[in-house]
Ligand binder design. Structure first.
Ligand SMILES: Cc1cc2nc3c(=O)[nH]c(=O)nc-3n(C[C@H](O)[C@H](O)[C@H](O)COP(=O)(O)OP(=O)(O)OC[C@H]3O[C@@H](n4cnc5c(N)ncnc54)[C@H](O)[C@@H]3O)c2cc1C
Length: 348
């Protein structure tokens, strides 16, 4: 495996900001991953694992250690009674895998169509959209445990999945390098149509949509919101949603409602957990004086979605952070809520 030096990271991310990696390697096999981890350990270098680069803000100073790009491929499948279990290399493109599963007539990932990034990136923040989360489909995660220096198979229940979190980005952040992920999908299952936008899309259909129809609809809806990477669409030069939807306690929610009432507004909300309320971060941003397209220099809010922060072309990481902080401060000032960023900040 070739270890390169001073490799620019911006072109390897969807937001396209940030500096270079001091060392860089791409691992196409588990042996490569072990070799790279050993290299970093021996040289006392901080190690960063790179997937598809679609959820990252890389600092302008870059990464002082080794960036290891996971490029492990391969998809195998095993059919059981009513289900198919796919064992997928962490470096496989997520949307390519979704396309493959839909073509095989398997339900469970169709609403996650069009999400950029790698298979190995999906368990990290428990990727979700349009009423589905990968945690509903993940059977197990095969990973190199850097603490114990051995490969382990983590069953779903040990991954600590919740809204946009898992052990991989919280309690055990930096401990595991994900090598493969197993997804159990329903053979000939019906597509999931929980989300309002999707229901609306099919409201005039007289026959139930097939999995492939739902995949296409999700991609269309995502495209209209700049949430599909489309070459030439400047609005997709982003890291997706820049903030998580805040999940509030009852007391916090009542406080928010009071603040809204004073302004003659109603908070759009839906129950996330039994006694909690998930509030739209986009709504908070838009009701704090920001509109789509708002710009601070070369960093701006997408013209299609208030939650995506976009690099107009020449933005630095510092520009993106300046815009992020402006939005956070105003939302805090107006609504008493500190928005939590969704992307991972690398090298800050
Ligand atoms: C246009 C757009 C739309 C998006 N829409 C959605 C959406 O609808 N829902 C959603 O949940 N997300 C969405 N995202 C965010 C992003 O696509 C997902 O979080 C994706 O799963 C990130 O995967 P990645 O391979 O690109 O990871 P990266 O961005 O490369 O890395 C993200 C984190 O995962 C870690 N990581 C990656 N691979 C591995 C591995 N093999 N082992 C260990 N750690 C690893 C990295 O170290 C880092 O901490 C969107 C992003 C964009 C740009």
């Amino acid at each position: 495996m070739k270890i390169q030096e001073n490799i620019p990271l911006a072109p390897l991310t969807t937001l396209q900001v940030g500096g270079a990696a001091r060392y860089f390697a791409a691992a196409a096999s588990e042996d490569d991953v072990r070799e790279a981890a050993q290299f970093a350990k021996t040289k006392h270098l901080p190690l960063f694992i790179l997937g598809g680069g679609s959820n990252l803000v890389v600092a302008d100073s870059g990464w002082p250690g080794l960036v290891l790009k996971i490029a492990i491929g391969g998809v195998t499948s095993q059919r059981e009674e009513g289900t198919v279990t796919f064992d997928v290399g962490a470096g496989v493109d997520w949307d390519d895998f979704v396309a493959q599963s839909v073509a095989a007539g398997c339900a469970g990932a169709e609403c996650l169509s069009g999400i950029p990034g790698s298979v190995g990136g999906t368990p990290v923040q428990n990727v979700g959209a349009y009423g589905q989360e990968v945690s509903d489909a993940i059977e197990s995660v095969r990973a190199l445990d850097l603490k114990q220096d051995r490969v382990v198979a983590l069953p779903n229940k040990d991954c600590g999945f919740a809204y946009r979190t898992s052990i991989f980005n919280t309690t055990h952040c930096g401990r595991y390098i994900i090598l493969r992920v197993s997804y159990r999908l329903k053979k000939d299952g019906a597509p999931s149509l929980k989300y309002a936008d999707l229901k609306k899309h099919f409201s005039t259909w007289s026959t139930p949509p097939a999995l492939s129809d739902v995949r296409e609809a999700v991609r269309q809806i995502r495209r209209s919101k700049g949430m599909l990477i489309v070459p030439g669409d400047g609005d997709s030069r982003s890291a997706g949603s820049f903030f998580k939807n805040p999940v509030l306690s009852d007391t916090q929610f009542q406080d928010l409602r009071r603040r809204a009432e004073v302004r003659g507004l109603e908070i759009p909300s839906y129950p996330a957990l039994a006694a909690q309320h998930k509030v739209s971060a986009a709504w908070l941003v838009e009701h704090s004086g920001f509109s789509k397209g708002y710009a601070v220099g070369p960093a701006r809010i997408s013209s299609k979605h208030a939650l995506a922060l976009v690099n107009s072309g020449q933005a630095s990481a510092a520009d993106m952070v300046r815009l992020k902080e402006q939005l956070q401060n105003k939302v805090q000032e107006n609504w008493g809520i500190m928005l939590d960023p969704e992307p991972v900040f690398v090298g800050f």
